[in-house]
Design a protein around this ligand. Structure first.
Ligand code: PLP
Length: 404
């Protein structure tokens, strides 16, 4: 008789978004006349930029003619896209990354979940707390995280690096040395980031300890401050200790299109074995390429007109972020983030816990956000609002919160 991968049984239910949906449904049924404003989702709302739509149409037409039809894409991505990525995201920033170090994929979520396949069963991972849940859960499925303690909400074999207002949301080097360190900067859910110098210290630490950093740069396009790295490869020595994950979802609205890439430098070696070769082999065996038309759309993201349109789109969301941040501050809240990321992370008032504040906001302002405790134990007492709504809804939500 067959047996299942028991590690799946260890996963605690992810009740966060289903609990939110249930609570919102119950409220709207009891109060059908109330108009709910949702600032909880991590999905974009603006349509694809015109330059991208135009390119998509052209690519679709190409697929209708034998001479220009495209079948399977090259495993690692089309050269036109890998070249555009390297030129714009790396060479323009002085990073020595080359086109053949870019692995095009269908998004950063799958890459961030799959990358752990390269490592031994007994590696110890370190994550920020709170954190994007994929990093831990993918390691749980692989059987690497030990046992779960529902009281502390922690796994016995995971190193947690608390990021709270006490340390300015800057992860500190853990007491126990990790093998694999996940960093997402600018951060989801806290909306905060660290300086380039602070990131350099992490790169130096990883090289010294023989650890590997998995760097999730999904929110890079939202960086507005100087001295914040747009890529970990801006730091000296990162090519021997870091893998970088990037996505087209948040900078270009590709959440429904599916496109991302992972950088595995050729200098990244573990005991003489090239991680680049391993990931190429893994990609070639398990992945058949992102669609041609989507990769063409990705190329348009880097055209001059595409860049200008996307700059506006990011600015639109960041105007929302500023409206939320300033509005909450005016209303007396303690708020973080919203400067280099489309998330605002607020301290819940009057010692309410994250879920109490969720209920309070839903019932009194008819505004939906995300309880911070859903992202990890150190998220308790915090609450996330996103800037991905429309400006009108964002402003209306803030008016309601201010008048509470
Ligand atoms: C949204 C997001 C991603 C992007 O995932 P895709 O699969 O590319 O849509 C990756 N990491 C974090 C932390 C995110 O919030």
């Amino acid at each position: 008789m067959y047996q299942i991968n028991d590690n799946f049984q260890k996963l605690p239910g992810s009740y966060l978004f289903s609990t939110i949906a249930k609570k919102v449904n119950a409220y709207t049924q009891a109060h059908p006349e109330k108009k709910i404003i949702r600032l909880g989702i991590g999905d974009v709302t603006q349509p694809l930029a015109p330059a991208i739509i135009e390119t998509l149409h052209k690519a679709v037409d190409e697929m209708g003619h034998a001479e220009t039809f495209h079948g399977y894409a090259p495993d690692l991505g089309y050269d036109f896209l890998r070249s555009a990525i390297v030129k714009n995201d790396y060479q323009a920033r002085g990073c020595g990354i080359e086109a053949d170090e870019i692995f095009v994929s269908d998004g950063a979520k799958s890459d961030s979940a799959d990358i752990q396949e390269l490592f031994a069963q007994d590696v110890k991972i370190a994550v920020c707390d709170p954190v994007y849940p994929v990093y831990v859960d993918s390691n749980v499925m692989a059987g690497r995280t030990g046992t779960y303690n529902p009281d502390t909400q922690k796994w016995s074999n995971v190193i947690y690096m608390p990021c709270t207002s006490e340390n300015g949301f800057v992860p500190e080097f853990p007491q126990e040395t990790p093998d694999i360190i996940y960093l997402c900067l600018p951060n989801n859910p806290t909306g905060t980031t660290i300086t380039k110098d602070q990131l350099q210290a992490w790169v130096d630490y990883a090289n010294k300890e023989g650890a590997l950093i998995i760097y999730d740069g999904a929110y890079e396009a939202y960086i507005s401050e100087d001295n914040v790295a747009h890529s970990i490869y801006e730091c000296q020595g990162a090519q021997t200790c870091a893998i970088e994950l990037k996505s087209f979802s948040k900078n270009a609205g590709f959440t429904g299109m599916r496109l991302g890439y992972t950088v595995v430098p050729k200098d990244l070696k573990c005991g003489g074995v090239s991680l680049h070769d391993m990931w190429a082999r893994r990609h070639g065996t398990k992945f058949n390429g992102a669609p041609y038309i989507v990769q063409r759309a990705g190329e348009a993201v880097y055209s001059e007109v595409g860049k200008a349109q996307l700059k506006e789109q990011v600015a639109y969301y960041m105007k929302n972020a500023a409206a939320i941040k300033n509005g909450l501050q005016d209303a007396g809240y303690t708020v973080f983030g919203g400067v280099n990321a489309p998330y605002i992370w607020l301290k819940t008032p009057q010692n309410m816990n994250s879920w109490e504040f969720f209920d309070y906001l839903l019932e009194n302002a008819n505004v939906v956000g995300t309880p911070g405790s859903g992202f990890g134990p150190s998220g308790e007492g915090y609450f996330r609002l996103t800037a991905f709504g429309t400006y009108e809804n964002t402003v209306a939500a803030l008016e309601r919160i201010k008048s509470l």
